[in-house]
Design a protein around this ligand. Sequence first.
Ligand code: AMO
Length: 435
Amino acid sequence: MKRSHYSIQLSPEMDGQRVTVAGWVYELRDFGGIKFIILRDKYGYIQVVIPKKKVSQETLNCFSKLTKESVISVTGTVQKSEKAKNGWEILPEKIEILSLAETPLPMDVSGKIESEMDTRLDNRVLDLRQDKVRAVFMLRSLFVKGLREAMYERDFVEVHTPKIAAAGAEGGASLFPVQYFDQWAFLTQSPQLYKQMLMASTLDRVFEIGPAFRAEPSDTSRHLSEFTSFDYEMAYITDYNDVMDTLEGIILDTLEFVKKEGKPWLEILERDIEIPKSPFPRLTFEEVKSILEEEGRKVGNDLGTEDEKALGRIMAEKGYIAYFIKDYPEEGKPFYIMENDEKPGYSFAFDLDYYGEELASGGQREHRYDRLVERMKKKGLNSNNFEFYLRAFKYGMPPHGGIGLGLERFVMKALGLKNIRDAVIFPRDQWRLVP
Ligand code: AMO
C-alpha cells in the first residue's frame, strides 16, 4: 500500500518511527531554507517538514513540481515537534507524486471561500475534500450503520426489493417510466408493495435501506428525484401503536449511536445531536388541526409544509422536536392504509415529524383482501394492475404495519443542514442528472 498510517494513527510518542502517509496537498509553504507540505487525508492533516539541508535533492525537486490538491505518498520518520499543530511532523525520505492536480482548481477547497451549490455539486469530489462536507458524509454513513444495528437488534431481516416495477404504490404523478424490453415499467417510488407482500412469507419483520424514485418537479430544499428510503414492515401487530413504539425506539437508538460514534465529525461541524424528548407525543390529526386553527391557519385533509413548520415551532416551545401525528382522514391516504371503522372517514395512518418537517410516514395496513380491493376501487385504481400484490393477501396475511423514512431528511434535520442536497453526495433533481 502507498500508506501505512492515517493521520489519526500518528502521535508524538511515535517519534523516530518510519511510516508512509498519503493524501492530497492542502498547502505548500516555502520559506527558502525550510519548506512545508500540509497533507490532507480522510481523518485530518499531516505536516511534512522539508529542511533544505536534511533532505535529498530529489525531494526538493519534487516539492518544486507540486501543485495544490496533487496526490502524494510520503515515506519518512515521525518527529516530535512542539511547533507542529499535531505535536509531530514527518521528515521525508521519499516523496512520490501519484497524481499532479491541474491549476487553477475549479473551486476553493480550503473552506475559506464559499462556493455556489451548483459549482460544488459539479465538482463534488473536490467539494468533499472540505472538512465540513466530508464530516456530513462520514456521519451519514453512521446514520445508516445506526439504523441497521437498531433493526438487527429488533430481529428484523434486511431485504432488497426490485427497483424496476410494474406498478407504483404512491400515486401516478411521480412515476418515472422506463423502457423494459418490449413493455413499459417504472422506477419504484417505495418498496411498499413488496415489503407488505413479505408479511405473508414468515419473514415477519423486514427492513430495507435502498433508493426510491419520485418524479417530483417541485424545486424545494427537501425533495429529491432519487432518495434513500429506510423502510420496515412488521407482522402480527395489535395496532399502529406497535409500529410507532418501534419507530420511536429506532430513532432514539440511531441518534444515540451517531452522537457517540460521530463525535470527531460533529466537532468539525460544530454541532451536537439533540436527543428528542421521549415519549414522543402522539397527536391526532384533529388535535393538530385545532392547534393550527387557533393560530389562524386553515387546514384541509392533510398538512402542508407551512402547517408542519408552524406546528414544529409550537411543539419546540413545549420541548418536543419529534412527535407523531396520527388518525389522518383516509381520503388523503394511499389505498394500502387501513380505515378506522370506529371513526368513519379516518385512518390508521401516521406521520413522524421532526424539527417541523415530515420525516416518516406509516400506519397499519389493510390486510383483508376484500377490503383492500374495495379501497383500491375507491382510490380509482384498477386492481388488475396489482394482481401480483393482491395474490399475497389471499392465502394467509397477518395484520401488519410499517413506515418509510427519508434518510436524507433525517441527516439534514439532525445535522441542521439547510438543503437536502447537502445530505446526498450526488443529488438527483429536476435539473441535475450529472455527476
Ligand atoms: P411517503 O411518500 O410519505 O411514504 O415517503 C416516506 C418518506 O420518504 C421521504 N421522501 C422524500 N425524501 C426526499 N425526496 C423526496 N421526493 C421524498 N419523498 C418522500 C420523506 C417521507 O416522509 N410507502 C410510504 C411509507 C409507508 O407507509 O411505509 C411512503 O413512501 O421523509
